[in-house]
Design a protein around this ligand. Sequence first.
Ligand code: SAM
Length: 248
Amino acid sequence: IATLYVVATPIGNVTDISLRALHLLGIVDAVACEDTRNTAHLLTRFGLNKPLIAAHQHNEREVAQSLIARLQAGERIALVSDAGTPAVSDPGARIVDAVRDAGLRVLPLPGASAAITAISASGLLNDQFYFVGFLPAKAKQRETMLQSLSGITATMVFYEAPHRILDCATALAAVFEPSRQVVFARELTKLFEEIHRCPLSEAEAWIRADAHREKGEFVILLEGAPAEQDAQDVEAERILNILLAECS
Ligand code: SAM
C-alpha cells in the first residue's frame, strides 16, 4: 500500500535525528518539505541528496493532490518540516488529511518536538498539558485567547517568536495569577540552551536582565489553575483561620 512517511527532524542539534529517519530519508524517492533550502542543508549534513518538493502553508492543498498521484504511481515520499515534528505548529496536517482521505497509509517516524522537550525538562509535576501553540500576534486577540484559558488546570504550552517574547510575558502576567510557575525553555538542544523557572511575577524582569534573552527560540510553559478541590481547600483554610483568630 502506498505510504507517506511523516518524519520528525531535529529542533537544533542535528545529531538528534533518529537512525530510522536517516535510513528512511536515504531510501525515499523524494522529500516534501517546508523550505527546500533548509531540508537540502539537513540532507547534505548526512551525505544525502534527494529531489525536494516544496510543501508549505500556502500550497499544501495543491501539493497534497500531486503527492497522492505520485504515491499511487509507486513513489516513496517523506514529509518533513523545517524543525521538529511536521503538523505540530508547522505545515503537514492538510497533506496528511488528504493522503488518508485518498485511502493511502500515513506512517509517522517520531522524533524531536520542542513542546515535549520543554515539558520533559521543566520539573512541573502536573501530568496533564494543554498545547496552545502560537498566540495571536494582535494584542486584543491575544488577551481574549488568554482570558479563555484562565480556568485550564493542565500545564499550558505556548510557542513564541523571539521578537514577541517580552510582549508575551507581559500579556501572561496581565491575565494569570502572579504566583503561577512559568518555565522559559530557550534554544533547546542548541549551544545557548537555557531553561528557567520562576513565578510569573518575575518573568518580565528575567527576560530584561539579559539582552540575549529576547533572541532565540522559546517554548513557554505555564502552570495551570488550581484544581477546583484545591481552590476550595484554600478558601476553607482561609475561613478557618479567621474563625480561629476570633476565638483566641
Ligand atoms: N514542529 C515544531 C515542533 O515539533 O516543535 C515546531 C515548529 S514552530 C514553527 C517553531 C516554534 O517552536 C518556535 O517559535 C519555538 O516556539 C518552538 N521551538 C522550535 N525549536 C525550538 C528550540 N530549539 N528551542 C525552543 N523552542 C523551539
